[in-house]
Design a protein around this ligand. Structure first.
Ligand code: BTN
Length: 335
C-alpha cells in the first residue's frame, strides 16, 4: 500500500464510523500494520490539519478536518458516497475549466473532476474574472465526453444548476435558487456562478466542461469590494462553517449523477419539476441586457430551447437567448 492508500483507508474508516471511536487494534488489522505504525500515520494526518481524540481502551475518533480541500479526504468522502470519479486537485491553477480542457485533450479518463484551492485566472461568463484567492471556497470543473449532437445539450447548464440547487436545498439546508442562465442565488444574493464550455467537432459535442465557483466558507471580507453587497456564501446563510471536503464530494457526486441522467435522457421530467421549484425569475419583472439592447418585461417561463420567455410592456412575447438579467425594471435592480 502506498502512503496515500493508507490515508484513504484510515479516513474512510473514520468517515464510516460517523464520529465514533475506532480502536487502534481495528485500524492496525484493517491496514495490516502495527499499532505503532497506525499511530505515526495519525500523527501525519494531524500535521495536515486533522484533529483526533485518543482515549485509552477506546481508540481514536475524528474531531476535526482541514478547512481546505484535502486529496485523500475528498477521495474517501467520494468513496463513502459510492462515487468513483478521478479527482485532480491543484494547490493553484490558472482556471479549473482551462485545466480540465487540457486534461481532456491529453486523453485523461472522463468523467473527472478538476479542483483547486486557488485560481490565478478564474474565468466567469462574458470574459469576466472569477475572484478565486481564498481556499475556503469551491472552485471546480467536471469534465465529460458526451458525444451528443449540440442540439441535445440545450438544457445542460440549467439542468446541472437546478441539480445543485436541489443538493444545497435538501442536503445542506441552503435554500438556493437558479437565476437564468448561470447564477445560483440565496436570499437574492449570488452564491455561485456556472461556466460551461464545449468542444464541438463534426456535429458532436466531444468535450463539455462544467465549471462552478461556489462561495462556501468565505466571509464578506473575502469578497471583492465591488460584489460585497450582492454576494453571499453558504457559511453566511447558515451562520456556521461547513465541511468543504464533504460539500465538494457531494457536489461532484451530484453533478456526475445529473450528467448521467442528462445523457440517457431520463432528466427531462425532473428538470421540469426542479425548474418550478428553483427558478427565481418566473413572474418577476426583469431587465435583460442582451447583445441587441436592453429589454424589460415579465418572465413567463422557459422556452423549449432553453431561452427565457419574456412578456414586454406592450404585451409582446419575446425570447431572451443570451445576456445578463437583473430583477426589477432597472432602478435598484438585484443582483
Ligand atoms: C459566472 O458567474 O460568471 C461564472 C463563474 C464560473 C467560475 C468557475 S470557478 C471554477 C471554474 N473555473 C473557472 O475558471 N471558472 C469556473
Amino acid at each position: 500500500m502506498t502512503a496515500s492508500a493508507h490515508e484513504l483507508c484510515l479516513l474512510r474508516t473514520f468517515l464510516e464510523s460517523k464520529g465514533d471511536f475506532v480502536s487502534g487494534a481495528r485500524l492496525a488489522e484493517l491496514l495490516g500494520v502495527s499499532r505503532n505504525r497506525v499511530s505515526s500515520w495519525i500523527e501525519g494526518l494531524e500535521a495536515a490539519g486533522f484533529e483526533f481524540e485518543m482515549v485509552r481502551n477506546r481508540g481514536y475518533r475524528l474531531l476535526r478536518e482541514p478547512s481546505t480541500l484535502h486529496g485523500a479526504l475528498l477521495d474517501a468522502s467520494l468513496t463513502v458516497r459510492g462515487g468513483n470519479v478521478p479527482v485532480h486537485l491543484y494547490a493553484e491553477i490558472d482556471s479549473t475549466n482551462t485545466q480540465a480542457e487540457r486534461l481532456l485533450s491529453e486523453g485523461v479518463e472522463a468523467p473527472c473532476a478538476v479542483l483547486a484551492h486557488r485560481q490565478t485566472a478564474g474565468r466567469g461568463r462574458l470574459g469576466r474574472l472569477w475572484q478565486s484567492q481564498t481556499a475556503l471556497n469551491f472552485y471546480g470543473s467536471l469534465a465529460f465526453r458526451p458525444q451528443l449532437p449540440p442540439g441535445r445539450m440545450t438544457h445542460f447548464t440549467l439542468w446541472m444548476g437546478v441539480s445543485l440547487c436541489h443538493l444545497l436545498d435538501e442536503g445542506w439546508g441552503v435554500p438556493a435558487q437558479i437565476k437564468w442562465p448561470n447564477d445560483l442565488l440565496c436570499g437574492g444574493k449570488k452564491m455561485a456562478g456556472m461556466l460551461t464550455e464545449a468542444r464541438i467537432e463534426r456535429d458532436l459535442t466531444r468535450d463539455i466542461i462544467f465549471g462552478v465557483g461556489l462561495n462556501v466558507n468565505g466571509s464578506a471580507e473575502t469578497f471583492p469590494i465591488e460584489v460585497r453587497g450582492i454576494a453571499t456564501s453558504i457559511c453566511q446563510v447558515l451562520g456556521k462553517e461547513v465541511s468543504l471536503n464533504a460539500l465538494a464530494a457531494d457536489v461532484i457526486a451530484c453533478l456526475v449523477t445529473a450528467y448521467e441522467a442528462f445523457v440517457d435522457g431520463s432528466y427531462e421530467l425532473q428538470f421540469k419539476k426542479y425548474w418550478i421549484d428553483y427558478d427565481c425569475l418566473n413572474g418577476k419583472t426583469i431587465q435583460a441586457r442582451t447583445p441587441s439592447g436592453v429589454v424589460t418585461g415579465i418572465v413567463a417561463g422557459l422556452n423549449a430551447d432553453g431561452s427565457l420567455a419574456l412578456v414586454t410592456e406592450d404585451g409582446t412575447r419575446t425570447a431572451i437567448r443570451a445576456g445578463d438579467v437583473s430583477i426589477g425594471s432597472g432602478v435598484h435592480s438585484t443582483p
